[in-house]
Design a protein around this ligand. Structure first.
Ligand code: NAD
Length: 356
């Protein structure tokens, strides 16, 4: 198979982990006889520094032309401490999602058995948990009208959803549930929020088309509790942008670390595959970032955008084998991990490459 893959490392540890993710794609191409043609593009703080724009037109053009994108992260402490900065790295990310029509963010939350001890949740509650989140990505409070009034002393952000926006992600989530344990949980706050009432109405209307999928509706506050109390009760979860943002970070603790979780953002065009973590400036440049989320993002890319399930499974199995062999990065090590088994970013990548 011949495909164009755009590498967009972005900021901070995005640069470090995406380099490892790319090596894994290279190894897969060599092993299975595929031809992956790479290009690279700027986004985020590095793009602002180079061009003044968090998503330069040249990057956007390359994104639109590519078959899939392996993405790192955006962000820089300079902007985190200056909420009034007009040009910001995350504007690049939001615009990319909008321009590429990426309306569904998929986050598989699956715990590798070897990491049961790395989570702050008890192993007996976690074992076997396997959740697939669908977070809506282009609507909600992030994209509605926002501003200040009363001399700046009152602020507002408008949340908006259309029936069409809810329908298209609902169908993706129902389709996925069909290929899994056939359970769908839709999360909203329909007791108080109008967009949530529309959300629930639409999910109920689509559910009729999927009689084989069992649907439940949960409020977001109850879901936050249930994810910790009984994560195994969930199969596919579908929710709006803001709720999904928060719940998926919470759920990352089920997997033991943000450094383990991959995500796919898909829509009608090019898909973007990225770790769920940010640019982590507290560890940037130290060579200790966990590259497994980027490696697992590469696996998702092969599976979802190119339909290369076998290649994808080879990567996941290699990660599993590395963990079984006892290797850990610092974020997923625990008190029982021997110092010799605690690896940096590149060494961890090498262990995975060897097992592919
Ligand atoms: P973060 O995910 O960057 O880091 C949170 C914590 O997890 C940090 O202690 C970090 O060291 C650790 N961590 C994250 N990824 C890790 C990895 N691969 N290996 C080991 N440890 C890891 O979140 P934050 O600190 O809230 O944000 C830092 C910056 O990232 C901010 O500028 C924020 O805006 C940005 N951000 C970007 C994205 C994105 O690009 N999609 C997502 C979240 C945050």
């Amino acid at each position: 198979m011949k495909k164009n893959i755009l590498i967009v490392p972005g900021d901070g540890i995005g640069q470090e982990v995406t380099a490892v993710g790319k090596k894994v794609l290279d190894k897969i191409a060599a092993k299975f006889g595929h031809e992956f043609i790479y290009d690279e593009a700027l986004i985020g703080h590095v793009a602002i520094e180079a061009t003044g724009n968090p998503l330069p037109e040249e990057s956007l053009e390359k994104m639109k032309r590519s078959d899939a994108i392996l993405f790192g992260a955006v962000g820089h402490p300079k902007y985190d401490n200056d909420p009034s900065a007009k040009v910001r790295p995350e504007q690049g990310l939001l615009r990319m999602r909008k321009e590429l029509g990426l309306y569904a963010n998929l986050r598989p939350i699956k715990l590798f058995d070897e990491l049961l001890g790395a989570s702050s949740i008890k192993p007996e509650i976690l074992k076997g948990a396997d959740i697939l989140f669908f977070r809506e990505l282009t609507g909600d409070i992030y994209f509605g009208e926002k501003g200040r009034k009363n001399n700046g002393d009152t602020a507002y952000d408008v949340a908006e959803y259309s029936r069409y926006e809810v329908e298209r992600i609902a169908r993706k989530a129902f389709d996925a549930a069909r290929t899994r344990r056939k359970k769908l949980c839709s999360v909203d706050k329909a007791n108080v929020i109008e967009t949530s009432r529309l959300w629930r109405e639409v999910i109920q209307s689509i559910a009729v088309e999927y009689p084989d999928v069992t649907v439940e509706h949960q409020f977001v506050d109850a879901t936050a509790m249930l994810l910790i109390k009984d994560p195994r009760r969930f199969d596919v979860i579908v929710t709006a942008n803001l709720f999904g943002d928060i719940l998926t970070d919470e759920a990352s603790q089920i997997a033991g670390s943000m450094g383990m979780l991959a995500s796919a953002s898909i829509g009608d065009g090019t898909g973007v595959y990225e770790p769920i973590h940010g640019s982590a400036h507290d560890i940037t440049g130290k060579g200790i970032a966990n590259p497994l989320a980027s490696i697992l993002s590469a696996a998702l890319l092969l599976d979802i955008s190119f339909g290369l399930k076998e290649e994808s499974d080879v990567i996941i199995n290699a990660v599993d084998a590395v963990l079984k062999a006892g290797f850990r990065t610092k974020d997923i090590a625990d008190a029982t991990t021997p110092a010799a088994k605690i690896l940096g970013t590149n060494a961890m990548g090498e262990e995975v490459l060897q097992r592919i």
